[in-house]
Design a binder for this molecule. Structure first.
Ligand code: DX5
Ligand code: ZN
Length: 221
């Protein structure tokens, strides 16, 4: 398992002050910026695209930007996000007609590639893809909205995917997204995750530093 990464989801930030909000969570100890892209087609919500990613880079944000594509189709946005400064690009396999091609496209554009499994998506989707991945993102809520509750059975899925990554023996990050809080991050880490998305738990807190510190402490046991 790799070092703990906390990735605040800017979906829960104040969009009117986005640059300041991202700076604030990074100063507060966050490692990555989690960037939720929703298209009102794959998911019933509409958020932000490559222009906002590029604006954050131009604003001086240097931390890894972890782009979570909840869009269908996927391929057209890959070069756009790579050009906009994305570090990791993850997508939902059912939203791409040719998953291997999309993974190659992400790598060809110099980004790390991730697959996102919804709560009910079988882990078998990793059978012929895991070796092509830099990251597996397990959704612990149904995608589309921040502020939902963690679905407990996903802990079993985290254990199962941790076993597959360990068996392969490659450095693949295992990220969990949805309903992660100070109170439950220890359980998610114990199940095998190393990378944690948190939106409402961080941006809804008064003290970002204390919240991120508590998350790291609990994740590291
Ligand atoms: C949901 C998004 C999540 C969400 C997490 O579709 O992918 O990243 O913003 O928000 P919380 O932490 O509030 O569940
Ligand atoms: Zn997300």
């Amino acid at each position: 398992k790799q070092s703990t990464v906390i990735a605040p989801s800017i979906l829960s930030a104040n969009f009117a002050r986005l640059g300041d909000e991202v700076e604030a969570v990074l100063e507060a100890g966050a490692d990555w910026v989690h960037f939720d892209v929703m298209d009102n087609h794959y998911v019933p919500n509409l958020t932000i695209g490559p222009m906002v990613c590029e604006a954050l880079r131009k604003h001086g944000i240097e931390a890894p930007i972890d782009v979570h594509l909840m869009v269908e189709p996927v391929d057209e946005l890959v070069p756009q996000f790579a050009d906009a400064g994305a570090s990791v690009i993850s997508f939902h396999p059912e939203a791409s007609r040719h998953v291997d091609r999309t993974l190659q496209l992400i790598h060809d554009h110099g980004c790390q590639a991730g697959l996102v499994l919804n709560p009910a998506t079988p882990v078998e989707v990793l059978d012929w893809t895991l070796e092509q991945l830099d990251l597996v993102l397990l959704m612990s809520v149904n995608p589309g909205f921040g502020g939902q509750s963690f679905i407990p059975y996903v802990l079993n899925k985290v254990r199962e995917v941790r076993g597959r990554i360990d068996a392969l023996g490659r450095d693949i990050r295992l990220e969990v997204d949805g309903g992660v809080k100070v109170q439950n991050i220890g359980d998610v880490a114990a199940a095998g995750a190393d990378t944690f998305v948190a939106g409402s738990a961080i941006f809804g807190a008064d003290d970002y530093t204390a919240t991120i510190k508590a998350m790291k402490q609990n994740a590291d046991g």
